[in-house]
Design a protein. Structure first.
Length: 114
């Protein structure tokens, strides 16, 4: 069993930055990859960024160059550093991990005011 707890969301002005955290607990040692998804009001959930067990990363085109995903293995925590935020980034952000099955966090809200 795996538990994921996100934090770091909030209200930020356009052009600002936020860092999201996802603390993982439980049986995560053999995970395949972790990721951040987001879901804006009225839209489908979309993949924002992912990081493999080996540390390889990939990003949605809409966030390339602005967002950075990382993982602190010692703390079993994943991060999403978000910069140059715009109203298009307003969404609920979810942490995800794939082990032998997938798990989701409860989400953290990010609101970017223009």
């Amino acid at each position: 069993q795996v538990q994921l707890v996100e934090s770091g969301g909030g209200l930020v002005q356009a052009g600002g930055s936020l860092r999201l955290s996802c603390a993982a607990s439980g049986s995560t040692f053999d995970f395949n990859f972790m990721a951040w998804y987001r879901q804006a009001p009225g839209k489908q959930r979309e993949l924002v960024a992912r990081i493999s067990r080996g540390g390889s990363t990939s990003y949605a085109d809409s966030v390339k160059g602005r967002f950075t995903i990382s993982r602190d293995n010692a703390k079993n925590t994943m991060y999403l550093q978000m910069t140059s935020l715009s109203s298009e980034d307003t969404a609920d952000y979810y942490c995800y991990i794939l082990t032998w099955r997938d798990y989701w966090g409860q989400g953290t809200q990010v609101t970017v005011s223009s």
